[in-house]
Design a protein around this ligand. Structure first.
Ligand SMILES: NC(=O)c1ccc[n+]([C@@H]2O[C@H](COP(=O)([O-])OP(=O)(O)OC[C@H]3O[C@@H](n4cnc5c(N)ncnc54)[C@H](O)[C@@H]3O)[C@@H](O)[C@H]2O)c1
Length: 430
């Protein structure tokens, strides 16, 4: 069974299904499809499936022309999990958020696993890509495989490979195939199959000895970021008091050719990874009797940033405020857990008139997330519009915004991302 599947994959004569066509799953599915591999994309969201079928994209970093060309090849999409019966390889890319009590919310994984368990049979290779606690893949799939009396590594195969996509990153992406992929398998045969699948779309894979290690690697990468962002956010507050420009300091530290990696302060972290992943590790650590104090502290510092920015704005004593750039990171359209939403709510509570604008984000999505905004725009802003604004807050740096023009037309700007490298009389930092 192993040899048969291995040969099918090598010859690209196999079918792959991707479950969950979001920021991660859609580009992944298209990566295989553009290599002329038969791909079935499955998502429970009817709107997304309809959009793909109509060759339109709901992710600003995924070009609709690519969707169109893939649909002409061997790419199809559906909301029907029965379609998975026709696949040899199933990759799962569903969300892994946290609950209100900060514990892992495994409901999407559970749902997807349940549906897959109905169709799983001899010859299948299942790969989980979701960011999650070490142990998830085997916790969820081994009981099903055992129940079905299948022999893992002999007639059914299991692996985990963490996603490393960075939506908005023009240099590295899954579609370009230039992000090394960490891969793992339950057995040697599983690992070889996982390797052969990803080698079709990625130049380099990095094998680890077991699934838990691969799951942990993803958390290590993101917690490393969270901790370093926390550190630099804390130092940013100190530098303001000492009248030191932290960006100049970071540039100076960067001149050392080893032992230093630059991280930058900002208005807070957002998205599906940095604010969420530390809780997955803390949860499993607590179960093992370990309290991850250092990691929690960094998370707290990062979470305080939107409140600090809001307090700074309130002190400016201005009424009409524009938040320009709403997504949680540069060049993205992703509003999940974005600092802009927290700052918006804080300022609204203080009775401010808040205008919001982001050329990267769909207008309807902005309206849904910024209820109570005085005005919502997604196009470039003219002098007349800006003349009514007392303060413009810049929370990210988009290629789609002409910052020079904003600076010349605005009364006052709060630059939270060091967009204006030199000093301007009308530009503040917080
Ligand atoms: N977004 C990122 O930058 C990023 C980076 C690295 C890793 N990840 C991880 O990748 C995983 C997916 O994240 P994402 O950003 O693509 O999420 P997303 O919310 O953009 O997409 C997930 C998709 O899964 C669908 N879905 C949910 N439950 C389903 C089910 N039971 N069956 C079928 N479809 C289902 C949703 O409709 C949605 O379209 C998460 O574990 C995340 O932590 C995300």
């Amino acid at each position: 069974m192993y040899k048969k599947l291995f040969d099918k994959i090598k010859k690209k004569k196999f079918t792959i299904s991707v479950v969950g066509l979001g920021y991660i799953g859609l580009p992944l599915a298209l990566s295989f499809a553009q290599k002329n591999i038969k791909v079935i994309g499955v998502d429970k969201d009817r709107n997304k499936i309809e959009k793909i079928k109509n060759c339109s994209s709901y992710i600003n970093t995924v070009d609709k022309s690519l969707i169109k060309s893939c649909l002409k090849k061997k790419f199809s999409v559906s909301t029907n999990f029965r379609e998975l019966r026709f696949s040899d390889v199933i990759i799962i890319c569903v969300p892994t958020p946290i609950k209100k009590n900060k514990k892992p919310d495994m409901k999407y994984v559970r749902e997807a696993v349940k549906k897959i368990s109905d169709i799983i049979e001899k010859g299948h290779l299942i790969i989980l890509e979701c960011t999650t606690y070490p142990g998830t893949t085997e916790d969820y799939f081994l009981p099903i495989i055992k129940n079905k009396k299948l022999n893992i590594g002999e007639n059914v195969f299991l692996g985990y490979s963490p996603e490393r996509e960075d939506p908005g990153n023009k240099k590295f992406s899954i579609l370009k195939g230039n992000i090394n992929k960490v891969i793992s398998g339950h057995s040697k045969n599983c690992l070889k199959l996982v390797d052969s699948v990803y080698k079709l779309i990625i130049t380099k894979t990095h094998k680890v000895s077991n699934i838990k290690t691969a799951e942990f690697t993803k958390l290590l990468e993101n917690i490393y970021r969270s901790v370093n962002i926390g550190l630099v956010n804390e130092l940013y507050n100190l530098c303001s008091k000492l009248d030191i420009n932290i960006y100049e300091t970071i540039n100076a530290a960067k001149s050392k050719p080893f032992g230093y990696h630059a991280f930058y302060p900002g208005p807070g972290v957002g998205g599906h990874c940095i604010p969420v992943d530390p809780y997955y590790l803390s949860w499993i650590a607590k179960k093992k009797g370990i309290n991850l104090k250092f990691i929690q502290l960094a998370g707290n510092i990062n979470r305080q940033r939107p409140t600090q920015v809001s307090s700074f704005i309130v002190k400016q004593n201005v009424k009409n405020i524009l938040i320009l750039g709403l997504s949680y990171k540069d060049n993205s359209d992703d509003l999940r857990d974005a600092p802009s939403i927290k700052i918006f709510k804080n300022l609204l509570e203080k009775g401010k008139n808040i205008y919001v604008s982001d050329p990267n984000v769909d207008r309807k999505i902005i309206m849904k997330n910024f209820k109570g905004a005085k005005n919502v725009t997604t196009h470039s802003l003219n002098k007349k519009f800006l003349s009514n604004i007392d303060l413009v807050i810049l929370l990210n740096k988009h290629k789609t915004i002409n910052y020079k023009s904003i600076q010349s037309k605005s009364k006052l700007i709060l630059d939270c991302k060091n967009i204006y490298k030199k000093k301007y009389k009308n530009v503040l930092t917080a």
